[in-house]
Design a protein. Structure first.
Length: 223
């Protein structure tokens, strides 16, 4: 493997070769390398401090202040010196995270009709110690009630978010099942009433028909 001299020791290495009479004469580039020694690497490095255009210090200062890099750095400094405009802080409630999780698991609850107009019979509920309060109808239990009930379990009973969610949703499923059973029984009763009304109507029409026929026969005998 050939011996490679680093660039900084090239002039000294050639000088030693000449002294040892291994080179008959010095290369033409040796005085230049001795006057301007090379850097430690063969890759040319940028030296911004070298005044290649022979400018005066005043001209260099004027050019540096008008350069795009200087303007960009100046704008960056001025940007951080500006007074930031006041921005309102984000309003975050503890129910927000619970609400996202509940409606992510139960998206169809959003399609249930909800009355937004307040009236005298409206329910202004503030007690969420239990999911169904005395006197409440099962249809009045919605997703928001489940979320507030879960928060009550987390704050009052010190349950974890997962345990409170499991308890609140399990009670909610029982309420929905009971509500569906009541609605199914109500539909069945309504169907039976309609069938009975239809049957009684048929009997009434038949009685009127026979009565009309009897009247016609009586009128014929009288004539």
């Amino acid at each position: 493997m050939a011996f490679r001299v680093p660039p900084t020791g090239l002039a000294k290495h050639v000088d030693n070769l000449i002294k040892g009479k291994l080179l008959k004469r010095a290369p033409v580039w040796l005085p230049v390398v001795q006057a301007i020694p090379p850097g430690p690497s063969i890759i040319r490095s940028q030296q911004p401090n070298i005044n290649l255009t022979a400018q005066t210090p005043a001209e260099q200062a004027a050019q540096s202040t008008s350069s795009p890099m200087h303007r960009a750095s100046l704008r960056h400094k001025q940007k951080h010196l500006r007074t930031r405009p006041p921005r309102p802080q984000a309003i975050v409630y503890p129910e927000d995270r619970l609400r996202r999780q509940f409606y992510k698991d139960h998206p169809f609850e959003l399609s249930r009709p909800k009355v937004l107009v307040e009236n005298d019979n409206g329910l202004n509920r503030t007690d969420f110690s239990q999911l169904v309060l005395p006197g409440m109808h099962l249809s009045q239990v919605d997703g928001e009630a489940v979320i507030k009930y879960q928060l009550h379990l987390m704050v009052t009973e010190k349950l974890s978010e997962r345990k409170a969610y499991a308890k609140a949703t399990s009670e909610f499923y029982l309420i929905r099942a009971q509500q569906e059973e009541e609605e199914r029984e109500a539909r069945q009763k309504m169907t039976e009433l309609l069938q009975n009304a239809t049957a009684s109507r048929k009997y009434t029409q038949k009685a009127l028909y026979h009565e009309e026929q009897a009247l016609k026969k009586g009128q014929g005998l009288a004539l």
